[in-house]
Design a protein around this ligand. Sequence first.
Ligand code: ZN
Length: 475
Amino acid sequence: MPIRSEVSWVGLIGLFLSSRLLAQSPATDAIDFDSLRQEAAVRLSEYLRINTSNPPGNELASARWLKEVLAREGVEGQILDTTELGPGRANFYARLKGSGKGKAIALVHHMDVVPADPKFWKEDPFGGAVKDGAVWGRGALDMKGQGIIQLMAFIALKRAGVPLTRDVVLIANADEEATSLGAQVFIQRHRDLIRDVEFLLTESDQTRVEQGKVRWFGIDVGEKRSYWQRLTVRGVGSHGSQPTPYNPVPRLARIIARIAAWETPLHLTPAVERYFKAQAQERTGRARIWLADPAAALRTREGRAWLLSEPERNALLRNTISPTVLVGSDKINSIPSQASVDLDIRLLPDQDPEAFRQELLRVIADTGARLTQFKSSLSPKYSAPLNTEMVRAIERTVGRLLPGTPIATLINTGGSDRPYYADAGITCYGLAPYLVDHAEQDREYHGVDERMPIASLEFGLRLYVGILREMGQGG
Ligand SMILES: [Zn+2]
């Protein structure tokens, strides 16, 4: 059982700034993290000044910039898919050769960001200001900051001439914030470039820091799958002044009530169990007992009610359905000939969509109801194993950098590019290589005043370099 993490974030910064740490660490002896951190801050500032708000994306400009930065290091990157992605858009790819003894590792980030309205920001979201110990701008956390950490780790390994058994592949995609078109096109067109990739590291937003303490370090290992459906019932259109039993609106309302009352079966996956266990250490009383053994808690009425009372935990324990868009008549005095509701269905990663659909039809219990799946709403299945060389390398590296911090394995309830890479046969993990307070992160992610603390850049660099060296030695 790891000891409870009492690592103070402020204390950590001091730790990072101390060069004694790196002198003592044999795994990182050839790299000067002090100057690497400063250089990373400059690169991040430059990167944030390239406005890649999506729409329209404009990732070609950032791909060109990445190519230039790497060219200065003697690495030739490739700008790809400009025709397929449309004007001003591109994917980017580069590779650092290892001995070829082990399979490759891909470091993947998306170059696009969500739009930002400067009116609400303290600094220009596309100005790249370096202020109060942080680099400010849209994308600092999501996810240009991590892109820079990956880039600089890649460059540091190249410069240090660290002998690696595995190639390290750097991929930057367009369009993650919209339809994942960048990753999908890249994977489809460039199988040859990723054929030898065994593991992939990309974003997660879930390393938890609260009041300066690192509560847990998160590794994303899976994602719920959107399985959106439109449910339609037909009736007979007529005038609203003379009600009939053929009005589809009340019929639809009865079906929705049945769906809303349906308690989908509870299902505790190994990853979710580990995630809850990682949270137990910071709790007291019954919450601690329930989180420490969620399987047992789910068998008791009180434990189950408590676990399900929080929307995120509830969503991690079952398939969920949210009825959202309702369409009946568009006129108060017309009974429509059909009515529909859109169902935002999210399946746990190990579930069979067709079996769920059959179960849903049983709950709907109306042979006249039709379910139509939204085109391409079902993302590929993504659920990575917990017991791999990569997870162990992450655990060891985090153990060195944040002693005693529990590791949480996370299933995302939202969507990302990872399922598309997982579908190509790659084992994908998400990391949040920075230590930003949870409340602050919530405000900044897709919000205002997004910024990357410079101390976090160093944490991220140590984390990535540490993981890659662990993997390089073991491969
Ligand atoms: Zn992102």
